[in-house]
Each structure stands twice: as C-alpha cells, then as structure tokens.
Design a protein around this ligand. Structure first.
Ligand code: AHM
Ligand code: MG
Length: 345
C-alpha cells in the first residue's frame, strides 16, 4: 500500500488494447487469411462502447423505463433493451461478416440477406435490464458460431451445442466497463479506459479458483426447488465442518458470473417446479457463460449434463445453469447423481 511521501509506480508504457490482443490471436485461430472473426470482434467492441455510453447517461437522456412493448418471452422491454438491440443488429449487419443473428429481443432469427458473412452471432444485448433503473450492473452477452461448411446461413447454423462456438464473451456495464472474451484460448478481461476510448487488458488469462466461498442463487425460488438443489444448498449453508458459504446475488447474470470468474464459488439458476427448464436462455446466456467458465478452468452443468453439450431445439430455449469453481460445481453434480431416478415432484 502506498503511504504518504512514497512514490507510485509510473503508468505502463506498453498497453495491450483489445484490438491488439485480438489481432495477436488471429494467427492461432487460423484466421490470418481472412481476418473476418477479428473484424467481427472489433465490431462487437465498438457496440459495447456505445451501449456503455448510453447506459451511463440513461437517467440524463430519458432512457430509463419501459419501451411500451414486450419480447418473445412476454417480458416488458426497457428503452435501453431496444436501443442496445438496435445498436448490435446494425453494427453486426454493417460488418458484412455475419449471416445469422439471434437476439433475446427479437422473436425470429435474423437472416442477413445478401451477406457472404461466415459467422453467426447470438446475443442478449442488455442482460439484467430489470436492474437498470436502479443503476445496478447490466451487460451484453454474446456467442459466435461459424456457419457450417456449404451453408449460406440458416437457423440450423445456430441450433448447435455451445461446444461448437468459436468465441464468446460479455461486456459488463458497472462501476467500470469490462469486456471478457474467449476465442477458445483461455479467457482475458479488458477494462474500458474512457479517456483513451480503448479496452485495455487488465485481467490476463483468468482462471477460476478451484473452490470458492460464495454461492449465488435466487433463493426466493426455494419453495419450488427440487431436492438435489435443496440438499446442495443445505450442505453449504450448514457444513459439517468449516464455515458456511456467503450469499451474493445481484440478479444480473453478467455481474454474478463476473464475480464468480474472479473470486470463485458457484452461480446457479436451476430448473424447478415452476420453470421446467429454468429461466436462462441457452443460446445467448447459458452457452457463452459456460464457454467462458470452462475456458477459465471451471465447470458448467445443468445438474446432469455438461451445458455445452446440450443441443438447442429452438432459438429462445432455456436450460438450468450451475457454473463456477470446479469443486463447487462437482458437489452439485454429486447431489443430482444421488437423486437420479427419483420422481421429482
Ligand atoms: P433478462 O434477460 O430478462 O434480463 O433475464 C435474465 C436475468 C439474468 O441476468 C439473471 O441471472 C436472472 O435473470 C435473474 O432472474 P431472477 O430475477 O428471477 O433472479
Ligand atoms: Mg437476458
């Protein structure tokens, strides 16, 4: 810790920007010839800056509150949901690299006519937006698939398991704006330096601690939970030895997962007696976060199956989610295994 009179470290003279980082990974991705994924990710980076700027000013420029419409899930759309969606769709369309888009805010997949783009992007433009009017962290989540060989881009190109994604990430709009990205070569985190207008590498090669001390569930749903979840939660709140886990639940997946990646522990949104597949959407919430979790050395499961192996049958389908530190998530899997075969309700 710096004390009075002590000199502080001078600032770095060798900043690794997100653009520099993506370009340096191009070679390893076999992308050097086209650079298409690079251009696509740089496009997503720009949308993140623009959404961040609007989120930050929302209260000042009349962007809080409802837009007066609802999405395919029947949820009220906020003005910022709609704006963020339009920013993403327009930027991705303009990139020329995308032939299929799926957004949480749009009922049907967008097939970009006339595009020779070889990528598909699935995204939640502003996740956790119920928190937005209180100034709580929200974020954009995205996953990228390459279109299948010979395909011109159809819905089948995104109805594929998350293990086939070539990149995934999120941007968190909070006390700082952080973009966390994986192209399958580990996970790196960047912080937006607003004075430079650049994302700077601040969290290189993120690895989730093998065990954490925090659990992050909406326990308000406990009366609907199935026995494996109830018994798991009991085991960490009333341990036979050691200290009980601390509860932290923001209700914005991006923020809860970000903390889990950095500090360890477990984030869970199970299926239950009320929601047969849980709440979180497979393509643009569960898969990208599971991809990042695994790349950071953690585990992501539905309780009985690896999330990245689930095959989606609809673009807005949901699945249960438990992700985080390897040992914590293995504990959940054990509780599920113990109840296997039992009638659950
Ligand atoms: P949204 O896509 O409508 O914002 O909903 C997803 C959010 C996640 O960010 C968060 O993990 C979850 O919903 C919280 O749900 P709940 O309020 O039921 O705890
Ligand atoms: Mg969402």
């Amino acid at each position: 810790m710096a004390t009075a009179g002590q000199e502080l470290e001078p600032p770095s003279t060798d900043l690794i920007t997100l653009t520099r980082h993506i370009l340096s990974q191009q070679q390893a991705l076999g992308e050097a010839a086209s650079g298409d994924l690079t251009l696509l990710l740089i496009g997503i980076q720009v949308t993140s800056k623009y959404i961040a700027s609007n989120v930050r000013k929302a209260r000042l420029i009349n962007l809080v509150g409802l837009a007066g419409a609802s999405n395919v899930q029947g949820e009220d759309q906020k003005k910022l949901d709609v704006l963020s969606n339009d920013i993403m769709v327009n930027a991705l369309r303009a990139s020329g690299k995308v032939s299929v888009m799926v957004s949480e805010e749009i009922d049907e997949a967008i097939l970009v006519s006339g595009s020779n783009g070889t990528y598909c992007v699935v995204f939640d433009p502003l996740d956790g937006s119920s928190n937005i009017d209180a100034g709580v962290n929200v974020g954009t989540i995205f996953g990228v698939y390459k279109v299948r060989p010979g395909s011109k881009g159809t819905i089948e190109d995104v109805l594929r398991p998350g293990s086939e994604m070539v990149a995934a990430g999120y941007t968190m709009y909070g006390s700082s704006c952080n973009l966390v990205l994986s192209t399958g070569q580990g996970v790196d985190g960047f912080t937006l330096d607003e004075s430079l207008g650049e994302f700077i590498l601040t969290h290189g090669d993120i690895k989730i601690p093998p065990r954490g001390k925090i659990y992050s569930f909406n326990e308000g749903n406990s009366m609907h939970f199935y026995p494996p979840v109830i018994s798991y939660l009991e085991s960490i709140k009333y341990p036979k030895d050691g200290k009980p886990y601390s509860a932290r639940y923001i209700g914005s997946m991006v923020a809860d997962v970000h903390r889990t990646l950095l500090y360890g522990g477990i984030f869970g949104y199970p299926d239950d007696k009320k929601s047969k597949d849980g709440k979180l959407r497979m393509l643009y919430e569960a898969f990208p976060m599971a991809f990042l979790t695994e790349q950071a050395g953690g585990v992501a499961t539905t309780g009985s199956q690896r999330i990245l192996d689930v095959v989606p049958t609809s673009i807005h389908g949901r699945c249960p989610v438990f992700l985080g530190s390897k040992e914590d998530v293995e504990d959940v899997k054990r509780h599920y295994a113990e109840y296997k075969g039992e009638k659950r309700w």
